[in-house]
Design a protein around this ligand. Structure first.
Ligand code: DGI
Ligand code: FE
Ligand code: FE
Ligand code: FE
Length: 187
């Protein structure tokens, strides 16, 4: 899928506000990719498509989880998680995206996972630090993203886990797996 086609396809799926977020994620992802020797082209495409399924009806997402090879345990967790793995399936089915790295980066952009590759880290992080975001502790993550991708992802995971625990939310195991994995390699 060409980037221009992806932008048009995604604009049709999203609200104006979410579409603008998407464009900021893409700009941020390209900068992070360049800095870390990761394909800027793949980073831009994955970023443009990352929230593709964000506004799909919950019953449709539920159905896609049950009828695809996605893990059914997603249904035991908050429905906010579903748009990421379902988005990967949908851009493949609806737009013929086949690049495994691009699909993986879309799939794991919300939870992360253990052993994320560079592209997955870039999209996970760009979604969190894009200039329109404001979370407690975000400035520290933005600074760290300029120097250490792993450490910045680790900070993001720690903040997110703390936030979710503060809300008494359930936390998808991949988020803990990502956190544990990156904790091992902290310096
Ligand atoms: O789609 P966006 O709003 O751009 O960003 P996202 O896909 O990272 O956010 C989805 C929301 O999901 C975010 O507010 C945190 C929430 N969430 C719920 N359960 C979990 C979770 N995030 C993680 N990482 N792990 C969870 O288990
Ligand atoms: Fe998202
Ligand atoms: Fe299934
Ligand atoms: Fe997003």
């Amino acid at each position: 899928m060409k980037i221009n086609e992806a932008v048009i396809a995604v604009q049709q799926q999203l609200t104006e506000k979410r579409f603008k977020h998407t464009l900021r994620v893409a700009e941020t992802a390209v900068i992070l990719a360049k800095k870390n020797n990761i394909s800027e082209e793949k980073a831009e495409l994955a970023a443009v498509l990352h929230d593709y399924a964000k506004f799909r009806p919950l019953d449709e997402m539920k159905r896609r989880i049950l009828t695809s090879s996605l893990p059914n345990d997603l249904l035991q967790y908050h429905h906010e998680l579903w748009h990421a793995p379902v988005g990967a399936v949908m851009v493949m089915e609806e737009h013929g995206v086949t690049d495994r790295e691009v699909l993986g980066a879309i799939h794991y952009h919300t939870t992360g996972r253990a052993h994320m590759n560079g592209l997955e880290k870039v999209i996970f992080l760009a979604d969190y630090i894009e200039p329109g975001r404001s979370f407690p502790g975000l400035e520290d993550v933005r600074e760290m993203a300029q120097v250490d991708l792993d450490h910045a992802c680790w900070l993001t995971l720690r903040n997110t886990i703390n936030f979710l625990m503060g809300n008494k939310s359930r936390i998808y195991p991949d988020t803990f797996h990502a956190y544990n994995d990156l904790t091992t390699s902290l310096n």
